[in-house]
Design a protein around this ligand. Structure first.
Ligand code: CP
Length: 340
């Protein structure tokens, strides 16, 4: 039996080391299943998972749907553009519609920070048993992305036994638009929670120095940090300095849709100073892997040449690892107390 006790997955600030271990162990088991023949497990037969993506997505939504199907759950996709949102229906009433149809898990993405948490609280107040799994909200949190990044890094550093212990003491550079990135925020919780040190890197306009305190205290409303000792977080405005210390680098997308001001006047200057290329990687002491959550602005965050170099750039592995990680999350939310 596991000690899994999360009814919802909203933010990784709530995850303990045991939680990370449980998710990665289960993802390893799902990943090890034969890759030919029927890939379906009967584990969630008769259960119902709905994806409520109020903001666009390619990877997260498809990967959750595939994960649910691999576990034999019934899956329903909500499409905002052809839904009753245009008639004024609220996200809560949308969610309640799927709850009334018997949904076990609602995976929710929204451009506004806090919507998945508000839905979880509302459902709880109404006595509903449905779980909310955050598929990315505003600038706040993208837990399944950070978990698949963690899994990909663990697989890179120790393919024969990819557990969280291998992250202890590693230095992971996260470069780019930190200010607007929910992926960076979730990665900060997960990487430091597993003992890795994080160097945040980017131009000052996209990397306020307050970020070095990000994981010092739990977010408002959360009583305590379940992790006793986290890795360090530091800030570098020089890619060369950061890469010199790196064991891995995660490049982030410039989120132009979330930039209200003219924070980046010149993309060419940005890509010259902070773009990851074979040339910029020469600043590293060793060969390091390059990750990116996607979608990528080619030749801005990562050069096309490097993006196509699958020995160095792990984007395909991240996407592939998203399926067992999301299978693990769905399984834990629906049947977590049945694991031996
Ligand atoms: N990484 C990520 O969230 O990608 P999508 O927006 O395509 O889901």
């Amino acid at each position: 039996m596991t000690n899994w006790h999360h009814k919802h997955i909203i933010d990784l600030s709530e995850f303990s080391k045991e939680d990370y271990k449980t998710v990665l162990d289960l993802a390893n088991r799902f990943k090890a299943l034969p890759q030919s023949g029927s890939r379906k497990l009967p584990a969630l037969q008769g259960r119902f998972v709905a994806t409520l993506f109020f903001e666009p997505s390619t990877r997260t939504r498809s990967s959750f749907e595939l994960a649910a199907k691999r576990l034999s759950a019934d899956v329903q996709t909500f499409s905002p553009s052809s839904s009753s949102l245009s008639k004024g229906e609220t996200p809560l009433d949308t969610a309640l519609t799927y709850v009334a149809m018997g949904a076990d898990v609602l995976i929710v993405r929204h451009s506004s920070t806090g919507v998945p948490k508000q839905l979880a609280e509302s459902l709880q107040k109404l006595g509903k048993n449905t779980s909310i799994l955050n598929g990315g909200d505003g600038l706040h949190s993208h837990p399944s992305q950070a978990l698949l990044d963690l899994f990909t890094l663990a697989n890179f550093f120790k393919p024969q036994n990819p557990t969280i212990e291998i992250l202890e003491g590693k230095t992971i550079v996260i470069v780019g638009d930190i200010l607007h990135s929910r992926v960076a925020r979730s990665n900060l919780w997960s990487l430091t929670g597993c003992g890795a040190n994080v160097i945040l890197c980017g131009p000052p306009s996209l990397l306020p120095k307050e970020f070095s305190h990000f994981v010092k205290d739990p977010p408002p409303g959360q009583k305590k940090d379940p992790i006793k000792k986290r890795g360090n977080v530091s800030i570098s405005w020089s890619l060369k300095d950061a890469l010199y210390q790196a064991d891995a680098v995660i490049a982030l997308r410039l989120q132009k849709e979330r930039m209200n001001e003219n924070l980046l006047s010149n993309l060419i200057t940005y890509s010259r100073e902070f773009g990851i290329t074979h040339e910029s990687l020469k600043a590293c002491k060793q060969n390091i892997p390059v990750l990116h959550p996607g979608p990528v602005n080619r030749d801005i965050e990562i050069s096309s040449e490097l993006l196509n170099d699958r020995k160095v750039c792990l984007v395909d592995q991240q996407v592939a690892n998203g399926i067992p990680i999301r299978m693990a999350l769905l399984y834990l939310l629906i049947a977590g107390n049945q694991i031996e």
